[in-house]
Design a protein around this ligand. Structure first.
Ligand code: ADP
Ligand code: ZN
Length: 370
């Protein structure tokens, strides 16, 4: 039997396992069986993922006596829409799913977020499990129960908290993932080091290249450490009243790039977050909170690994006040104040609303004018 690791997200009666390792799609029937109320599932996936993994998943389920229907959607961020939400809910209802049926999200963060939200709404809530197939989804979006879709007003603005019953992170699925997507996912891996684990950051400086290149041992290690960090934060603060907000390191900046450049692929979420985390460290240095050396290490590692720390060409035309407006529209703004995730050094992130406008403007100016 192939070896794998299992972590637990501890949420009392809603606790669930995260299985990490190679070849888990082929073993999904056995691994998911215990998480199902009845041996009946409804798989949602996308056109890029289905050709590789849908058949192996369905045959594994079927060997374990688990029935499955499947819906294949177009790939891309635009799939996280009201239109596709309706399509998923109605496809499940047409297939006559019952309260005891489990939805399976087979794909990246887009499929995971959409399927989770659809499961939360269908028949007032059916179970779902996640089989994340991107590095980003394996280390971040598949764990923690945030689900949702984008609206005309912004990203992830309609959704719900709905925890999965299990997560299967099959590292072999990363072999077919485009390099650019792997790098973007790697930015979220780095986030865990930068926000709270300096030892992990040191390890990433040494081993990051292996992670991005798909070395099985290094990838497994990176996913395990990331999921363990995320699981701990989620268990402490499921609904983001406090520490969970640390996971937004680089995200308020990042979301402003995404909002401005559209969700068309001009910038990927992880790419935006990499720039955003660099800005958060630069701002921390400017405020005298963080040694300049630490910000240099962040920038240097990203650049060495192939993650840009400056926005793509089009961003040069973003005006600073437009960028700041996007930041103000983020979900994380309360009473007109942005909660910033800043750092006292690598692995030492903290929350504050106390950032003088001039300093913020200076950092945004400097980044946009590169
Ligand atoms: P993310 O997980 O980064 O939020 P998506 O769900 O949009 O993003 O996935 C990123 C892209 O990679 C999509 O085009 C998706 O179809 C594709 N994709 C996802 N998983 C795989 C995989 N294992 N192999 C090949 N392509 C994949
Ligand atoms: Zn993110």
């Amino acid at each position: 039997m192939t070896e794998h690791t299992t972590l637990t997200v501890a949420l009392d009666d809603r606790s669930y396992p995260i299985h990490i390792g190679p070849g888990l799609v082929e073993r999904a029937g056995g691994l998911l069986g215990p998480a199902l109320q009845k041996p009946r599932t409804f798989i949602v996936t996308d056109e890029n993922v289905a050709p590789h993994y849908l058949k192996p998943l369905q045959s594994s389920l079927s060997s374990a006596g688990i029935q499955s229907d499947a819906l294949i959607l177009p790939p891309g961020e635009t799939t996280k829409s009201f239109t596709q939400f309706q399509a998923v809910v109605e496809a499940m209802l047409s297939a006559r799913v019952e309260r005891s049926t489990t939805a399976i999200a087979l794909g990246g963060g887009v499929i995971g977020d959409l399927t989770g939200f659809s499961a939360a709404a269908t028949l007032r809530g059916i179970d779902f499990v996640q089989i994340p197939t991107t590095l980003l989804a394996q280390v971040d979006s598949s764990v923690g129960g945030k689900t949702g879709i984008n609206t005309a007003q912004g990203k992830n603005l309609a959704g719900s908290f709905h925890q999965p019953k299990a997560v299967l992170a099959d590292i072999n699925t990363l072999n077919t993932l485009p390099e650019r997507e792997r790098l973007a996912g790697y930015a979220e891996v780095c986030k865990y080091g930068l926000l709270g684990d300096e030892v992990f950051w040191d390890w990433l400086e040494q081993n990051g290249k292996k992670v991005v290149d798909g070395d099985a041992e290094a990838v497994t290690q990176a996913i395990e450490v990331s999921c363990r960090a995320k699981a701990r934060v989620v268990a402490d603060d499921e609904r983001e009243n406090g520490v969970r907000a640390l996971l937004n390191l680089g995200h308020t900046f990042g979301h402003a790039f995404e909002a401005e450049l559209g969700y068309s692929g001009a910038i990927l979420h992880g790419e935006a977050v990499a720039i955003g985390m660099t800005m958060a460290f630069d701002l921390s240095v400017r405020l005298g909170l963080c040694p300049a050396d630490d910000a240099n290490r962040v920038r240097q590692h990203f650049n060495t690994i192939g993650l840009s720390t400056t926005p793509p060409g089009q961003a040069g035309r973003i005006a600073t006040d437009v960028f700041l407006d996007h930041m103000m529209q983020d979900k994380k703004v309360a009473d007109g104040n942005i909660t910033f995730v800043l750092a006292r050094g690598i692995g030492k992130a903290f929350l504050t609303q106390d950032v003088p406008r001039d300093d913020l403007t200076a950092i945004v100016d400097a980044t946009l004018s590169v």
